[in-house]
Design a binder for this molecule. Structure first.
Ligand code: MN
Length: 234
């Protein structure tokens, strides 16, 4: 009988609020620009009547639990924070109708889409993929997942991030360009969503650099908090 060459890595498991169960992470989808003011600070204007959401992905192995200390990542001089509402998919869905999208949601979490901005901007300028800027080790920070069964639908919530106690990002998820049902309906035209998939829904304005020694603390009203310490490179 064929044997496995080396032990395969177990998928990352995220804690669930109020439960001993763990949420196995399958894929990590990210929405690229979902707040007008953040798109503007990136030098982009978004016309919803002409455009669809844009997506990129991170490997599930990029997962880092809230409360972690991570080293400043390699090959960047401009690491940025992006606080985001994260959707945790609990039910398979393909070509979802907006009115059915909520049912595919298991719950919500607070996320940080850590970004090597210099690499992302180089890629953008040169028509290259965003992977080195976005999809690298320890770049997908995540809080515990709050089941929708506990908190209900989240359609408007204050979202905020502080660095070393100074408020850097402060907005409300009601200012999404594409709402949660619109994102899930659109994304599920391209992919068969499955339990374990995560969707980072985009960051509001106020993104900025993070230095070694910084402590990041974020929150989303009604969902939870997130914390990350960035240390000197090893
Ligand atoms: Mn982002």
């Amino acid at each position: 009988m064929a044997q496995i060459l080396f032990p395969p890595k177990v998928v990352p498991l995220a804690p669930i609020v109020g439960s001993d169960l763990l949420f196995p992470i399958r894929r990590i989808f990210c929405v690229g620009r979902n707040y007008k003011a953040h798109a503007a600070e990136m030098g982009i204007s978004v016309d919803k009547t002409q455009e669809s959401p844009m997506y990129f992905m991170k490997d599930a192995s990029a997962y880092v639990p809230s409360g972690s200390r991570i080293p400043y990542p390699p090959m960047t001089r401009n690491l940025h924070h992006e606080i985001e509402l994260v959707l945790a998919i609990g039910k398979a869905g393909f070509e979802l109708r907006e009115q059915d999208a909520w049912e595919s949601l298991y719950g919500y979490a607070v996320g940080l889409d850590m970004t090597r901005r210099d690499l992302q901007q180089y890629a953008r300028r040169n028509g290259q993929p965003w992977d080195t800027g976005k999809n690298y080790e320890q770049s997908a920070v995540l809080s515990s997942i709050l089941p929708q069964a506990q908190c209900g639908r989240i359609e408007a919530a204050r979202i905020a991030l502080s660095v070393n106690g100074t408020l850097r990002q402060s907005a409300n998820t009601r200012d999404f360009i594409w709402s949660i049902p619109e994102i899930l309906a659109d994304l599920s035209r391209y992919y068969h969503l499955e339990p374990g998939d995560l969707v980072y829904t985009g960051t509001p304005e106020g993104v900025g650099p993070v230095a070694a020694g910084d402590t990041l603390e974020g929150s989303i009203e009604g969902i939870g908090t997130i914390r990350l310490e960035v240390t000197s490179s090893p």
